[in-house]
Design a binder for this molecule. Structure first.
Ligand SMILES: [Zn+2]
Ligand SMILES: [Zn+2]
Length: 423
């Protein structure tokens, strides 16, 4: 029998269980680093599939190992955390979960899909283990949404305790037509930093501004001048975003507050430019504080941070071939660079990921999750443009086309891994 038929047959075998797992995880979403039940379910599934399983890696991460003879080590990574969003999809397996603090939780980014596809792919690759040789490392990563899980797993000795991969593969769903698979070599997602800033003033009565230092005025000047970083300081050929998403000070009109808080989001596609922009932000805020007689220097905190995703070109070429052989070349599309970000690239970047030796090649592709009905409402020639017209991940209405998305995600992982093993 041809390998494609074996893969399709094995996916059919595991499908019902994977769909059950998906609905269960969707209905019971958990926030970053709180994925205790989710990781328990995923660990149980891996054990049943025949893997050596370790839980609690990087707090709630799960690692499954299948040592299957001489050959390369392939790491397949999926994420599993959810978002603080109230689900509005109307699905019969919609989340009705709230945290103890009353925060609604929803799998609005489809990490339930990724986790279920990875669980299914693990079972299929175990069933087909006579057809490949090497070591398969399954990594269910926590806390992608806050860019914490990848580094937490690496800091917990992922490569030292288990295996050091030769190649790392990951995927994300997108509202392209379900059944489609999109690739892009090189820079694919941006580096991102969210900075928290405290500007200090000297509060007092609103009728006596001369006896105070007003942090509202300092913050207002800073916000306006920060807009000149992209327009006046960065090379126009660079794609950079500086957004002040939060500006908070004071309680009422007749009180001059003691301090002002900013949160600033920076996105770029080059480490050098990223450092340049962060330095410019600090220079401008420090100078505005001085100009406004601030009694002490502003304080800066990195709230979240991740690096640029740079997909290895040779790895992407091999994946395109493998995915084309399985799905048909007509199902593939050329992805476009996204302003969004991921912590997945830490797994391949030795310096940023804090592991020794060389960088490890990685690639990350996109699977379609839009229903044919929704897809028909979009216009344009390129799938990567059309998908931007539909609700994106993080929308309370985001609902992947279940069956075709699960099957595509499993098959993309299985055929992707097989492309790098000894056959
Ligand atoms: Zn997300
Ligand atoms: Zn996501």
């Amino acid at each position: 029998m041809h390998i494609n038929e074996l893969i399709s047959g094995a996916i059919d075998q595991v499908y019902a269980g994977v769909e059950r797992l998906y609905k269960d995880i969707h209905q019971h979403p958990e926030l970053p680093f709180e994925e205790f039940e989710t990781s328990r379910k995923l660990a149980e599934q891996l054990r049943q599939a025949g893997y050596e399983v370790t839980t609690g890696v990087g707090k709630t991460g799960v690692v499954g190992l299948l040592r299957n003879g001489e050959g390369p080590c392939v790491m397949l990574r999926g994420d599993m955390d959810a978002l603080p969003i109230r689900e509005q999809t109307g699905l019969d397996y919609a989340s009705c979960k709230q945290t103890e603090a009353g925060i609604p939780v929803m799998h609005a980014c489809g990490h339930d899909l990724h986790a279920s596809c990875l669980a299914g792919a693990a079972a299929v690759l175990h069933a087909l283990r006579e057809h490949w040789q090497g070591t398969l490392m399954i990594v269910h990563q926590p806390a992608e949404e806050i860019f914490g899980g990848a580094q937490a797993m690496l800091a917990d000795g992922l490569y030292e305790r288990f295996a050091r991969p030769d190649v790392i593969l990951g995927q994300h769903n997108m509202p392209a037509l379900s059944g489609m698979v999109g690739h892009l070599a090189g820079q694919t997602m941006s580096a991102a930093t969210t900075l928290g800033v405290t500007i200090h003033g000297n509060g007092g009565h609103g009728s006596m501004p001369a006896q105070t230092v007003d942090p509202v005025v300092i913050a207002a000047h800073a916000v306006v001048r920060l807009q000149t970083i992209v327009s006046r300081e960065v090379e126009p050929s660079e794609q950079v975003i500086v957004t002040v998403g939060k500006l908070q000070a004071g309680t009422q009109g007749n009180v001059i507050p003691h301090s002002a808080e900013l949160e600033i989001n920076v996105r770029s596609f080059s480490d050098e430019v990223h450092d340049q922009v962060i330095a410019a932000i600090k220079r401008i805020i420090d100078a505005e504080c001085q100009a406004g007689r601030s009694p002490r220097p502003a304080e800066y905190r990195v709230l979240t941070e991740t690096i640029t995703m740079n997909n290895d070109a040779a790895t992407v070429a091999r994946l395109r071939q493998a995915h084309g052989d399985f799905f048909g070349a007509g199902q593939l599309f050329e992805m476009k660079r996204l302003g969004g970000s991921e912590d997945f690239p830490y797994f391949g970047n030795a310096a940023a990921g804090g592991f020794g030796g060389e960088d490890i090649p990685y690639a990350y592709w996109f699977i379609g999750a839009a229903t044919p009905e929704n897809w028909q409402t979009t216009t344009g020639d390129r799938a990567a443009e059309r998908m931007l017209q539909l609700p994106m991940p993080h929308s309370p209405y985001y609902a992947p086309d279940r069956q075709p998305s699960l099957i595509t995600g499993m098959a993309a992982m299985v055929t992707g891994a097989l492309a790098f093993f000894e056959r």
